[in-house]
Design a binder for this molecule. Structure first.
Ligand SMILES: [Ca+2]
Length: 278
């Protein structure tokens, strides 16, 4: 009976020793201790994750340029699929700046192609001159709409352009907070305050939690410089898109795609594994 070592996810550091004379030494190792495995069978992200955990270690984690290169070498060689799952996923959890979560907190008025999470980095929301909403880069400079608890009118347009965070600070100092839009009546009222061709911030935003399946810290990234349409999805999963040079994109986790697993070669694993046959 074959006994597998499970739950081994801590990665050993890369080997950097040079081979001085250019001869392949007998103990020559790949540039990192991770081995990648392409699986051509199309599965949902969750099914692919289970498969990788069963057969190998987990879905592929890409933590640096070297590992990205390895992924690029692995996939086209194995079958040049256009999109393959890697271990990336994220939650889509919109919130209001003032913490509002009662009835109306779920109201949305997105333009039909939004939110589209360009470059996996649009986490704040503007209202366009037509009253529709767009997710936008939070460090962009825009006017804003604040609301005032104590005023009869409620909403206030602030013409000075600021980042979303600075707009939030300004609203909190001078009014109550950035605008919370609870229904169509709120939206119509705010829209009526917006001067021609301005795109003000409203209070909707989300945190950028991006995770790797194996729990590695997310720091290195290689995003496709385009859009990731989110629709009303609450979880999105990551593919490396080999129509786009292997760059990463988020899509529905329910899509069926081939995928890439990784494993730690057995000679790199701890010595105290249970002997086979025991
Ligand atoms: Ca957008």
């Amino acid at each position: 009976m074959r006994v597998r070592v499970r739950g081994h996810t801590s990665l050993l550091p890369a080997v950097t020793e040079a081979t001085p004379n250019g001869h392949a030494s007998r103990c020559e190792r790949p540039p990192t201790f991770k081995e990648t495995h392409f699986v051509s069978e199309a599965k949902t992200w969750t099914e692919a994750q289970s498969y990788c955990r069963e057969k190998y270690t987990d879905l592929a984690t890409v933590g640096n340029t070297e590992e990205m290169k390895k992924l690029k070498d692995t996939v086209p060689a194995a079958g040049d699929r256009s999109q393959v799952w890697i271990g990336l996923y994220s939650h889509v959890d919109w919130k209001w700046s003032d913490g509002f979560h009662q009835s109306g907190a779920e109201y949305r008025n997105w333009r039909n192609d939004q939110p589209n999470y360009k470059e996996a980095n649009q986490l704040c929301v503007v209202m366009n001159p037509g009253g529709k909403w767009h997710d936008q880069f939070c460090n962009g400079m825009s006017s804003s709409v604040c609301y005032n608890d104590s005023a009869a009118g409620g909403f206030e347009f602030v013409a000075t352009v600021k980042t979303w965070s600075d707009a939030q600070k300004h609203c909190r100092e001078h009014f109550t907070d950035l605008a919370t839009v609870r229904n169509e009546a709120d939206n119509v009222q705010i829209h009526s305050l917006i001067p021609y061709n301005r795109w003000p911030w409203i209070g909707l935003y989300r945190d950028p939690p991006i995770y790797w399946s194996d729990g590695s810290n997310f720091s290195f990234s290689s995003w496709f410089p385009g859009v990731n349409p989110l629709g009303s999805m609450e979880v999105v999963c990551g593919v490396a898109d080999f129509n786009k040079g292997g760059k990463w994109r988020f899509i529905s986790c329910e899509a069926r795609k081939p995928f890439v697993c990784y494993s730690i070669p057995s000679n790199m694993q701890p010595r105290d594994r249970v002997p086979a046959g025991s």
